[in-house]
Design a protein around this ligand. Structure first.
Ligand code: UTP
Length: 291
């Protein structure tokens, strides 16, 4: 069965970006002139996803509007002869089919994913991408995970990346038995372990392929760390009851939900862009001389 749906939770409060997120969803903050959520949605679309289910909350309406058609703007751009901009704007509106569901209380990532339950059919697998994590690679990360899922009988697959030992307490960390290059048969996942307690340094930044079975587990788990319904707890139970794999993906990850990740992405993306790279390079070099 093809994986054509993705749940993207975007209901969080984005407190690390206050005051900007008082009125603007964190996911709509741009890296240069492209909102971070567009990178995430494009990764999904480039991985074969045809339908996005945004898990939203009050004040996040601009996200679904962004992926809708804005006829007035398109007509305006055509009339003033801005053909290239028109094409860009038109493409965003046609990119993918979007559904939204509200998470009325922000009770954690596990709870957010559960909100997407009615969109997923029995036995169907789906992708989950966090709306504030950008991962850049010519072969999109979600596509890499879809391929691993297919290889292992449509099993659930968690995207993992190696992190320095001292950073394990910032992530869910997985452990398991290596079954192929970069692939683990997952035994357990530990939420934010101290470096001395971490079973490995394989962290889960926010890319998953999950089977519909996860919803029954999400309904059954109690609140976990921080009083929130943790996706980690549900994945642990899923691994005990069935097959879950972890795959060390290829790609450069930016945690654009943090100020440091946001800044790194802004600098790197400017240095990659034809129209900005010379300016960015010169500016950075001159600035560094002043420091
Ligand atoms: P974060 O904890 O990074 O996001 O959750 P946040 O709560 O928006 O940000 P801070 O920590 O206050 O700055 C990771 C992702 O999960 C979503 C968030 O929107 C984000 O994309 N999320 C988290 C939900 O949708 N619902 C929740 O209850 C929690």
């Amino acid at each position: 069965m093809e994986i054509t749906k993705a749940i993207i939770p975007v209901a969080g409060k984005g407190t690390r970006f206050l005051p900007a997120t008082k009125e603007t969803p964190k996911e709509m903050l741009p890296i240069l002139n492209i909102p971070m959520i567009q990178y995430v949605v494009e990764e999904a679309v480039d991985s074969g996803i045809k339908e996005i289910i945004f898990v939203t909350s009050s004040g996040k309406e601009s996200i679904e509007n962004y992926f809708d058609i804005n006829k007035e703007l398109e007509v305006f751009l055509k009339n003033v002869g801005k053909e290239e901009l028109y094409k860009q704007i038109n493409k965003i509106g046609l990119l993918v089919s979007v559904q939204t569901v509200r998470q009325k209380e922000q009770l954690g990532l596990g709870h957010a994913v559960l909100m997407g339950k009615s969109f997923i059919n029995k036995g169907e697998s789906f992708a989950v991408l966090l709306g504030d994590d950008i991962i850049i690679n010519s072969n999109p990360v979600t596509k890499q995970l879809v391929e691993v899922s297919k290889k292992y009988n449509n099993s659930s697959v968690i995207g993992v990346m190696n992190v320095p030992k001292e950073k394990t307490s910032k992530y869910g960390i997985v452990a398991g038995k290596e079954v192929a290059d970069k692939t683990l048969h997952m035994e357990k996942m530990v939420e934010k372990p101290k470096p001395e307690d971490a079973p490995t340094t394989l962290a889960t930044p926010g890319r998953y392929i999950l089977n519909q079975e996860i919803f029954a587990i999400l309904e059954e788990i109690p609140r976990g760390a921080g009083g929130e319904y943790q996706l980690t707890d549900a994945i642990n139970l899923l691994a005990q009851r069935g097959e879950v794999y972890a795959y060390e993906f290829e790609g450069k990850r930016y945690d654009t939900g943090s100020l440091e990740g946001y800044l790194s992405a802004t600098i790197d993306f400017a240095l990659e862009r034809e129209d900005l790279k010379d300016f960015a390079k010169e500016y950075i070099i001159n600035k560094a001389k002043e420091l």
